[in-house]
Design a protein around this ligand. Structure first.
Ligand code: GRF
Length: 191
């Protein structure tokens, strides 16, 4: 998928939590050389902190709990089509999307994961990396495929894990590079 000159690709960000990546992507979208605009925020959690950025930056938000996956995903697909969304960025979105949903937006859904995939797919990545005394960790932006954290890798960034690192320091360290990597990945696939 390549961007047309002069147009920004309409993008939706899906979140469940704090939304630091969302905030970072919004700021990135304002840059002149950014290929995207953020036009929609979807959260499955009503109280997700990241939803505050919808208000702050005047971006439309939808809260869809996904308890009834089939019905909720249909709803999301309708909204995405209606708003002409062409890219979906998952950023700390804690629900697994169905194969049907993913195939509907094939090659247009990407995710950021806080590990050097294929290592540490799923949850508690930092805890597992520390328990295994990994010398390196990092983050990965990848296309979303039906199997969790298994889609084609777009870009990765490695950092060194120090002996002094704990859950908190490692999480902060990795988040910091996530904020650099997500925009870079978007530029890579769209420009
Ligand atoms: C990030 O570490 C991301 O890689 C993972 O969930 C976390 C979300 O953080 N998928 P935030 O909500 O963007 O601050």
């Amino acid at each position: 998928m390549k961007k047309l000159i002069g147009y920004k690709i309409k993008t939706a960000v899906f979140i469940s939590g704090t939304g630091t990546n969302l905030k970072n992507l919004i700021n990135f979208s304002y840059k002149k050389n950014s290929p995207i605009s953020i036009d929609l925020i979807i959260s499955n959690i009503k109280k997700a902190k990241g939803l505050n950025y919808a208000k702050k930056y005047k971006i439309e938000k939808k809260i869809i709990n996904l308890d009834n996956k089939n019905k909720s995903e249909k709803k999301i697909i309708n909204i995405l089509h209606k708003k002409k969304i062409k890219l979906v960025c998952l950023a700390g979105f804690m629900k697994i999307l169905s194969k049907k949903f993913i195939n509907n937006f094939k090659g247009k859904i990407i995710n950021i994961h806080p590990s050097l995939l294929p290592k540490y797919k799923g949850l508690n990545t930092h805890k597992r990396a520390l328990e295994n005394n990994e010398k390196f960790s990092g983050c990965t932006v990848h296309y979303v495929a039906p199997k969790i954290d298994s889609g084609k890798i777009i870009i990765q960034k490695k950092i060194r894990v120090s002996k002094k690192d704990n859950l908190k320091t490692l999480r902060i360290k990795v988040l910091k590079i996530e904020h650099k990597l997500y925009p870079k990945a978007i530029k890579k696939i769209l420009t």
